[in-house]
Design a protein around this ligand. Sequence first.
Ligand code: URA
Length: 236
Amino acid sequence: MRLQKYIAQSGITSRRKAEELILQGRVKVNDKVIRKLGTKVDPKKDRVKVDDRIIKLEEKKIYIMLNKPVGYVTTLKSKHGDKIVIDLVKEIEERVFPVGRLDKDTSGLLLMTNDGDLAYKLTHPKYEVLKTYLALVEGVPNSKKMNKFRKGLKIDGRKTARAYIRLVKNYGDSSLLEISIHEGRNRQVRKMCEHIRHPVIKLKRIAIGKLELGDLEVGKWRYLTDKEVKYLKSLK
Ligand code: URA
């Protein structure tokens, strides 16, 4: 990469001003003053300084949604030979990471980004972004149990926050429920369903706030639209 481009992409100044800085002898590469325009630098190896201060490339912020298949883990490294979601987005040059987690046996909407601030906000309990799931469970919960579910259940010694639950389909010996929760405790939906004695058979996340998975195919990803990114950033 050309030195003046590197300087401009670090966000400190324009390409033209960057050229001036180089000609003025204010730019060093690996502690050596460089005055020649067009000198090539390797962003991964070379250390570029302007007025003796190190400058770094500003990484383009990427926001995607993945329809996570069952059987993939959301950790960055694979343990016990598990398949990892990062491998499903290999074609993206920037290093994105999953926002929060989904269990290995849960499918559906997983956000991935390299925007640490947004990831922090979306996973911090303080912001309580509503996450919506479709759960296929054993049996059909009655209204008493569903009310209990809504008001809060004691899970791992602590009561859950207000939740939403709605019967979508009654299959007789099983049922499809739409469930929304604000929290993101470990295996929370599964534990809550277990608690009311309707264990989860299958679980899929279909929305985060107003952001919906839609008809994105399993294992496929897409970039979020500008409008969707704006929406997520606006969540308070
Ligand atoms: N609740 C669960 O039980 N599992 C998930 O993956 C997400 C929420």
